[in-house]
Design a protein around this ligand. Structure first.
Ligand code: F0G
Length: 363
């Protein structure tokens, strides 16, 4: 079947900056072009004069930023004749890989840590029809196996060690610059396997060195702030760690694959890595939802937790323009969301008096 609008996503928009040819068979679900939302209530709430924007990547087709890299990785895999893709995942990569494989008509195999995947991600991956292997181990164990299996089976790895993933993900930086017409002062990101901070830094560097760019963009780059969960913080430890643990299961990673690239982003940008407790991460998630109406998953809120911390400590000065990437949609992890809400739904009789009493009680 001929798809009339097959080029709907970021490959079409940024083709001239991506390794694709005119006849490359683009596998797209309309990813990218996600909203950059300026926070209007939180700056007042914390009493700071700042412009904070969130890049809401949870509004990609499968609900996370992974779709940016996956459209590229699967497009290139298909172009190269691959019939199957494989990844290890904490949940979002597996959902994205499964969706793009379904779209391309190829097979997806995913390795996930048993019992440590948010419910929405598991549901998605099952529906898209991937073969799910739950391993008795963590993401790092899965990653090791995936790197080994390619010598034994005809499968293409679509984890972010696949360079096409980084190529696709760098477009988020392009979108931010295109929309702001300048480069933010600070860019805050959650860091797990460290592919995304690598990709953003590549994107910012490319735009800064492009002759096509606006004068405000040339030679201008943000400070990159990488934030981790305290129980899964190899960049803060300065070494790989075993047995990472955090409620933010998406970033429950102790052996990040893009280790050197992430350190380069930190050093070249004059940035830093910091970590936050699970409670700080969940508080930021709740604050964003309750103050701004934006529901991201726990791992994503790590970027906001970091930005708020560094604002209050004065590491990020007032007057700054800050972008926080919200990597995934809050609907991915309903269990964690419901557990942390102290105010539960109330049950009342189905009559006018009961509804009236409940409302007047609260006003
Ligand atoms: N936020 C979310 C929601 C994620 O799913 C991930 C990674 C990250 C942040 C960290 O990004 O790995 O590029 O540093 N999730 C991967 C997965 C590991 O399998 O879905 P990173």
């Amino acid at each position: 079947m001929v798809l009339k609008n097959k080029y709907t996503g970021l490959i079409e928009r940024y083709k001239h900056r991506l390794p694709v040819a005119d006849d490359t068979p683009v596998i797209s679900l309309g990813e990218g072009n996600t909203p950059l939302i300026q926070l209007r209530n939180i700056p007042d709430f914390i009493g700071k004069e700042v412009e904070i924007y969130v890049k809401f990547e949870g509004l990609n087709p499968t609900g996370s930023f992974k779709d940016r890299g996956m459209t590229m990785a699967v497009t290139k895999a298909v172009e190269e004749g691959s019939r199957a893709i494989i990844c290890a995942s904490t949940g979002n990569t597996s959902a994205s890989a499964a969706a793009y494989a379904a779209r391309a008509g190829i097979s997806a195999f995913v390795l996930i840590p048993e019992g440590k995947i948010a419910l929405g991600k598991l549901a998605q991956t099952m529906m898209y029809g991937a073969l799910i292997m739950q391993i008795r181990g963590n993401f790092d164990d899965g990653m090791k196996l995936v790197k080994e299996i390619v010598d034994h089976a005809p499968v293409t790895i679509v984890n972010s060690i696949n360079p096409f993933r980084i190529q696709g993900q760098k477009t988020a930086a392009f979108e931010i610059i295109d929309e702001l017409a300048c480069v933010p002062d600070y860019h805050c990101l959650p860091v797990g396997n460290a592919g995304n901070i690598t990709a953003y830094w590549q994107g910012y560097r490319e735009y800064a060195s492009s002759t096509e760019s606006l004068p405000a963009v040339v030679a201008s780059r943000p400070v990159m702030c990488g934030y981790q969960a305290a129980g899964a913080a190899p960049f803060i430890a300065g070494k790989m760690i075993d047995n990472p643990e955090t409620v933010a299961t998406a970033i429950r990673i102790g052996h990040p694959q893009s280790w050197d690239y992430a350190w380069a982003a930190q050093k070249e940008s004059g940035g830093w890595f910091k970590c936050f407790t699970d409670q700080q991460i969940l508080d930021a998630q709740k604050l964003l939802a309750a103050q701004e109406g934006i529901f991201c998953e726990p791992a994503s809120a790590t970027s906001l937790a970091g930005a708020l911390h560094d604002l209050s400590e004065g590491n990020i000065p007032e007057g700054s323009k800050i972008v926080c990437t919200l990597t995934g949609n809050g609907l991915k992890d309903p269990d964690t969301a419901i557990q942390q809400c102290t105010e539960k739904p109330i049950t009342i009789d189905a009559n006018l008096d009961a509804v009236k009493a409940a409302i007047l009680d609260r006003l």
